[in-house]
Design a protein around this ligand. Structure first.
Ligand code: B12
Length: 219
């Protein structure tokens, strides 16, 4: 299972880690291919190189060692690295379980974490419809109703966009939509989920799968 904590992170000498840290979007594909050729597993590369690197970039951004251009370059390198590994991870389309709608809430364009959640849920057989980023509550709920989604998963990375999650919960209740709402994203917490009336919270992509399994078992 993909463990998205930085506990088992590789040493900074790792070329994949360095490629994200330095925003090397041109060469990350080749560097990831080399890591695969050396026998590293796709999940392990995400877990111990890509995620720790983007977290380190976040720290550099916070302490102003890095500025926006470096943040963007690193994010793009991360996305390319994940895109390279995705085909190696995705499960077969058959035997799909329930439908999960995923979106980053309105006003928020961070989608790396949400994309990892999508990847994991697909890997475990869920039918995932990813609506993308900066998506309005109305659009999310309309899609959930149309597709008969069992779960709506929302991501937010900014204090300024967290409350858009409550808009979705309110809209779900208003429209009598039967989907359960789960939330995540570095800025969110279990107590925030409780406060806005969401059905679940998870702090990483691996436990998102357990959370969805659990919510559907108890239906
Ligand atoms: C990469 C990044 C960017 C990239 C985003 C690229 C992309 N495609 O996503 C770019 C450069 C575009 C960007 C832009 C901005 N960013 Co930015 N960015 C980050 C950074 C460094 C990393 C975020 C990330 O991808 N983390 C890695 C992923 C894997 O973690 P994650 O998202 O938390 O996801 C995991 C879990 O939370 C969970 N999860 C996530 N979603 C979901 C959903 C569900 C349903 C579940 C169950 C679980 C779950 O599972 C994931 C995997 O384990 C953070 C710093 C940080 N430390 O978080 C800042 C940060 C989030 N950004 C920030 C800011 C301010 C901005 C900008 C406003 C900057 C600017 N001045 O323009 C803009 C935002 C514009 C907008 N309207 O959204 C701030 C937010 C501050 C705040 N608390 O409000 C942060 C915290 C940096 C900082 N310290 O100042 N950013």
């Amino acid at each position: 299972m993909l463990v998205t904590s930085a506990k088992a992170a590789k040493k900074p000498g790792d070329p994949v880690y360095q490629a994200v840290l330095k925003g090397n979007r041109e060469k990350i594909g080749v560097i990831v291919d080399q890591a695969l050729a050396e026998g590293r597993q796709p999940k392990e590369i995400i877990e111990t190189s890509l995620i720790p690197a983007i977290n380190q970039v976040g720290k550099y951004f916070e302490d102003q060692t890095y500025f926006l251009p470096q943040l963007i370059a690193s994010a793009e390198a991360m996305e390319k690295g994940i895109a390279r590994l995705t085909p190696l991870l995705s499960a077969d389309a058959k035997d799909q379980k329930a439908t999960v709608i995923l979106a980053t809430v309105e006003g928020d364009i961070h989608d790396i974490g949400k994309n990892l959640v999508a990847l994991m849920l697909r890997n475990y057989g869920y039918r995932v419809l990813d609506l993308g980023k900066d998506v309005s509550a109305e659009k999310i709920v309309a899609a959930a109703v149309k597709e008969g989604a069992a779960i709506i998963g929302l991501s937010a990375l900014m204090t300024t966009t967290m409350m858009r999650m409550k808009d979705v919960v309110d809209c779900v209740r208003e429209k009598g939509c039967s989907s359960k709402v789960i939330i995540g994203g570095a800025v969110t917490t279990q107590s925030f989920a409780d406060e806005i009336g969401a059905d679940g919270y998870s702090g990483d992509a691996a436990s998102a799968v357990t959370l969805v399994d659990h919510l559907l078992e108890n239906q």
